[in-house]
Write a protein of this length. Sequence first.
Length: 323
Amino acid sequence: MSQSIRTDLALETRELYKKSNQIEVPGVEVESENQNELSVTRVKIKTAEGAEAMGKPIGNYVTLEVPELNQGIKEINDKVVEALAKEITMIMNADTQASVLIVGLGNWNVTPDALGPKVISKIAVTRHLVEYASEYIEKGTRSVSVIAPGVLGITGIETGEIIKGVIEKIKPNVVIAIDALASRKMERVSTTIQIADTGISPGSGVGNKRMELNKETLGIPVIAIGIPTVVDAVTLANDTLDLMLEKMMEKSGDKDRFDSIFGKSENGDKMQLIREVLSPYVGELVVTPKEIDSIVSNISEVVAGGINTALHGSLENAEKYLS
């Protein structure tokens, strides 16, 4: 994959590889299914060769694509909550009594990056009840705790260091980390959810990679849940140019003329040219929808609902512990 193309989604990395090489990624298995308003794609990286080709660790990556997720439609939200809970349960593959620490990554002062903190504000936390008031809760209630560690620029402390310290103190069995991601396609922004069992590198999608959060660094399994909230301006311009040229070729019928301009150039070369043209004016710009406030509010409800359902068995059970 060209390093010029910025994306956190395994699904998009696989698409780019196939487009460039005209073959499936070696050492990678892909399974897809459609469920009315949503589709699920499971990408499993099985070998070191596949990991190198994808630029991602060996493991499982599940992507839910829901074109109307950003519309706030209750019926669709309910279906996504159910589907998300199912995928979290499958990918977590943990004992029903395993204690869970949920980490809301991101900067709560910047809306496109505030997804993590917003999600954990809606999680049913139970660790304090399990530890100190077990007589008042149902037997077998799972221990769930949450933290929003902020970002290095606010706290002066690496996010990974904070999380590692909390883990050493409270000793959870599993971490679930929620973060905002970057996509290479505008239509996937705020309509796509990725779940992975390989951990996460906070800030990698916007070129601000921090300490990785995974089993190797934290000592316990890390499930990552991410939703794209931004797209790189360069990739957006590239896609816009491709669509414009396609329409112009359709209208003129003179394909050779437009091929001579851009059509036959390598995608990476074209991306690099666009980057060189834009950089003096906008720098490393990323773009987010103008409705991002309402979108993040809605999606945080959906993600929290899926996590609560997966960890507590149902939303009804979770609601008992919501403050």
